[in-house]
Design a protein around this ligand. Structure first.
Ligand code: FAD
Ligand code: DHB
Length: 396
């Protein structure tokens, strides 16, 4: 492959944020290069998020990426909260006057995006770690990267830092120019993939005194399950018997059919964190997605938040080139953060409501139960949840 040494927008990281930005810019005739540390195989097989907000679905469809979702996506209109041995359904489509979400896994979104970029002749450079960002406060930033250990440079007008929580873009901003907020939760999720038809037609959350559990799905024959575990837990600590026993304990209720057991094909532990770094821009560097913020997976917001950032950033870059206007780019951080703090609040609030905290006393447990009763048993509770879960309005 011949590599250019000059592009309009250099995009660090080929996760959902970076790939979507590259695709949206391409649709507007703006050139970009995506530099991705890992291999194409690795990026396409990483098992992560599953729920797309209505706005994420619309954004992908409007960008010509609807075929996979139409064929394999599973539209959802309700969610089941199980506690007190009963099922409590929130019909979020009814509450919001028609908004839905779609279960369509992140690796499918990423695969669709990579296919679209490569078919259009887009520059997505895999196995290409970015090592340094320079001259970010000039009009000609430089991205340093390596191929087979050899150093190279890419000059550009704008750098998009889409390299996730452990990337280097955020650290390329001067430490005294940013403020970080960080909360690490004292528990994690064991994520499980099982070859078994989902036992319920809706995503189901089990809020039990022994901890949280969730039933979601990936297809009509594959279930995705999660259960609360210790933050330093290892998948090896969880035999299949122990997993099914715990899932039954937390998800089975008296008024719904019990879980169906099946062959477990994957298990992994995911830590829980709320993190945000502000501002999300420095000179010509703009952070998007996990590079700027992390939410606990409870609200299924990580991928959706990345898409919300990219909508603003792509619009800002379009105005920069088409109208020679930096109005949106100048406001990028403020526009993203206003919505993002609401997403942080929703995700952290749910996380605190449904998990058992180590050493938690009876009073806290009863307050949690009262929160769940308010969430599912009052119109205000159901509406607030439904508006957040299906996706808050975009800044742009
Ligand atoms: P990422 O997907 O992290 O992509 C960043 C990319 O940058 C990666 O491909 C990385 O290889 C690349 N990169 C990093 N450093 C460099 C470098 N120096 N040079 C070049 N490339 C680099 N969200 C949910 O809503 N529900 C879930 O159940 C859920 N589960 C998750 C499980 C795990 C293990 C993780 C890590 C995240 C999970 N998330 C979940 C969050 C969700 O997947 C993320 O919010 C989403 O991936 C954000 O997309 P992104 O493009 O911003 O970042
Ligand atoms: C998934 C579903 C959720 O509702 C959630 O909060 C997190 C993850 C999933 O299907 O992976």
């Amino acid at each position: 492959m011949t590599r250019t040494d000059r592009t309009q927008v250099a995009i660090v990281g080929g996760g959902p944020a970076g790939l979507l930005l590259s695709h949206l810019l391409h649709l507007e005739g703006i050139e970009s290069v995506v530099l991705e540390h890992r291999s194409q195989d690795h990026v396409q097989s990483r098992l992560r998020a599953g729920v797309l907000e209505q706005g994420t679905v619309d954004t992908l469809r409007d960008a010509g990426l609807g075929a996979g979702m139409a064929a394999r996506g599973m539209p959802q209109t309700a969610i089941d909260f199980r506690f007190g041995r009963r099922s409590h359904l929130i019909d979020f489509t009814h509450e919001t006057g028609g908004r839905q979400v779609m279960v369509y896994p992140q690796h499918e979104v990423v695969t669709d995006l990579i296919r679209a970029r490569l078919e259009a002749g887009g520059q997505v450079w895999f196995d290409t770690p970015v090592t340094q960002l320079d001259d970010l406060t000039t009009s000609r930033p430089v991205v340093h990267y390596e191929v087979d250990g050899e150093p190279h440079q890419l000059r550009c007008d704008i750098v998009a830092g889409c390299d996730g929580f452990r990337g280097l873009s955020r650290e390329a901003m001067p430490a005294d120019a940013r403020t970080s907020y960080d909360r690490i939760y004292p528990f994690a999720w064991l994520g499980i993939l099982a070859e078994v038809p989902p036992a319920a037609p809706t995503v189901t959350w089990g809020c039990h005194e022994s901890g949280f559990a969730m039933l979601s799905f990936r297809s009509s024959t594959v279930s995705r399950l999660y259960l609360q575990c210790a933050p330093d837990d290892k998948p090896e600590n969880w035999s299949d018997d122990r997993i099914w026993h715990t899932l039954h304990e937390r998800l089975d209720v008296d008024d719904m059919p019990p879980l169906i057991e099946g062959r477990i094909t994957q298990k992994g532990v995911t830590g829980m964190r709320s993190f945000l770094s502000e501002p999300m821009q420095h000179g010509r560097l703009f952070l998007a997605g996990d590079a700027a913020h992390i939410v606990p997976p409870t609200g299924a917001k990580g991928l959706n938040a990345a898409v919300a950032d990219i909508r603003v950033l792509s619009r800002g870059i379009l105005d920069f080139y088409r109208r020679a206007s930096t109005d949106v780019l100048d406001q990028y951080s403020a526009l993203c953060l206003e919505r993002m703090w609401l997403v942080q609040r929703f995700s952290a609030g749910l996380c605190t409501m449904v998990h058992q905290f180590p050493g938690q006393g009876a009073f806290e447990r009863r307050l949690q139960r009262a929160d769940l009763d308010t969430l599912t048993g009052t119109h205000a509770g159901r509406l607030a949840f439904s508006e957040n879960f299906t996706g808050l309005p975009y800044a742009i």
